[in-house]
Design a protein around this ligand. Sequence first.
Ligand SMILES: [Zn+2]
Ligand SMILES: [Zn+2]
Length: 173
Amino acid sequence: MRIELANLEDGRRDFEKAYQPAELDLGDERVTLCGPTSISGKIRQAGTEVFIDGHVDTCAQVDCDRCLKPLQIPVSSDFELEYISGGEYEGNRNVALTEDEMSVSVFDGETIDVDEVAKEQILLAVPSRSLCAENCKGFCPTCGANRNAGDCGCEEKEIDPRWAALKNLVDGK
Ligand SMILES: [Zn+2]
Ligand SMILES: [Zn+2]
């Protein structure tokens, strides 16, 4: 869904949109959608800037980083966005940007693509690391068995490099 700024009444509009999982392509191999997405919010234009306050709900699915078990992550997040048109941005580029302004997005000055907003917000809400459990044992490096399912009986030959570094410290090497 695209919102044409020219169609805003008094520079404002509320919006609301729901998507089936297949309707939103997140463009990220790590993350898929396991339920419908809904997004709603208010859009407000002030001169060359556009502000959006909104909320997105969905169910995102990622794989456990260690054992690849699919994990469903409920997403329910509020967001505040600020857009500035490309021309305005170019004009201000030599002015040092404050940290606040770094979060401003550039847009074409005419339309806001709500689908893109939904995708961005979903991806931001999904943690970059995901484990099915803090103590997930992952796969055995020797036989490839899922060690959460039970001990595969292989000898633990490889020492985790982090422990090896610690051991060296202790040994005074
Ligand atoms: Zn796992
Ligand atoms: Zn094994």
